[in-house]
Write a protein that binds this ligand. Structure first.
Ligand code: C5P
Length: 340
């Protein structure tokens, strides 16, 4: 007896979060072209959803993208999700045949690691679809090969990141934090913001900067940034160069203190590349935000509200002021990449 409807192709859907950096401290450029970081990540409820669907052998990888700013996202090997699928297939010793569908909820090129979330979700989805059975350590290794923020998108919640940001230690956090985000239509290049950081801090290398692909395998962490980070006149650091107080405020679930202690060494470099963001930040302060920061390398501005309702009010103030192209609200911390 024949069935009229074909059986649906097996598929796996994985959700992974975007992030903000509650603190981001940056050391001088390393020989490998990266900067050593000490950062506190928090995963927020702006999420990416990646569905990996089986395709016939030899079909190769395909990517379709929908959702927020989908048109700006590459659908070829330039998409980190493509490389994530290739890495899992290589580990499994199989050909990378898979159709990836990405539903975007994290702003593109916004400093919230949406592309890294896609890569993390793809690692987990392909592993499940192909029955590769990669363990946590193997997934982390592949994540570190793909980019600085991919390992955190796997882990989620709140964590301290060192090295390039990929060496993670979970942090204890009490309660929920309510965020508002001002999204800009034009993204900032992470590499360009780091180069501006080098210029402003007077640590720009005199010789050619080594470029090339990201180093493979776990990257040894740079020197611990316990002392003050070298900073020029513009980057004068007003807070002590360690995050003990911020960690305490997170453990205590004290949003006032967390807001006051937000810190981002890339904020001033991002603001010199996108000066209009100063007005965006001011609007959030006037709306009573507990803290306002550029998210990662920007240009998304994140503001911490007293409550979900207050975060909505901050978002409304941005909309009324015309200083954001789009506004979003979210809560954190949330889980890392999970099959749904
Ligand atoms: O790791 P990812 O590909 O997201 O980084 C993009 C660029 O940002 C890198 O090529 C590098 O120039 C810069 N970067 C850096 N130090 C870091 C992370 C990124 O200089 N820790």
């Amino acid at each position: 007896m024949s069935h009229l409807a074909a059986a649906p192709e097996p598929s796996v859907t994985v959700r992974a979060p975007g992030k903000i950096n509650l603190s981001l401290r940056v050391g001088p450029l390393r020989q490998d072209g990266y900067h050593p970081l000490v950062t506190i990540f928090q995963a927020v409820s702006l999420v990416e959803e990646v569905t990996a669907t089986e395709v016939p052998a030899g079909a190769g990888i395909s990517i379709r993208v929908g959702g927020l700013h989908a048109a700006e996202v590459p659908t070829d090997r330039g998409n980190l999700a493509w490389r994530a699928a290739e890495l899992v297939a290589a580990r499994a010793g199989i050909e990378p045949d898979v159709a990836l569908t990405i539903a975007k909820g994290v702003p593109v090129a916004g400093g919230m690691a949406g592309g890294s979330a896609d890569a993390a979700a793809t690692l987990v989805a392909c592993d499940a679809l192909w029955g590769t059975g990669l363990d946590r350590g193997e997934l982390d290794e592949l994540a570190a090969e793909l980019g600085s923020d991919v390992a955190f998108a796997l882990l989620g919640f709140t964590a301290v990141g060192t090295g390039r940001g990929q060496l993670l230690t979970p942090a204890m956090v009490r309660g929920e934090f309510a965020w508002a985000f001002a999204v800009q239509g034009h993204g900032l290049s992470t590499g360009a913001v780091y180069r501006r950081f080098d210029e402003l801090s007077g640590t720009a290398p005199t010789g050619p900067v080594p470029t090339g692909p990201a180093p493979t395998g776990p990257v040894p962490s740079g020197p611990a940034l316990t002392g003050p980070v070298p900073s020029g006149p513009v980057l004068t650091d007003p807070v002590p160069a360690d995050d003990t107080e911020l960690m305490q405020a997170l453990r205590a679930g004290n949003p006032e203190d967390v807001g006051a202690l937000l810190h981002n060494a890339l904020q001033e470099p991002a603001l010199t590349l996108a000066p209009h963001l100063r007005a965006t930040m001011e609007v959030a302060r006037e709306a009573g935000a507990l803290g306002v920061t550029v998210s990662g390398s920007g240009p998304t501005v994140a503001a911490l509200g007293r409550s979900r309702r207050h975060a909505l009010a901050i978002a409304a103030a941005w909309t009324a002021s015309g200083t954001a192209d789009e506004v979003l609200t979210a809560v954190g911390p949330v889980a890392g990449a999970r099959i749904v």
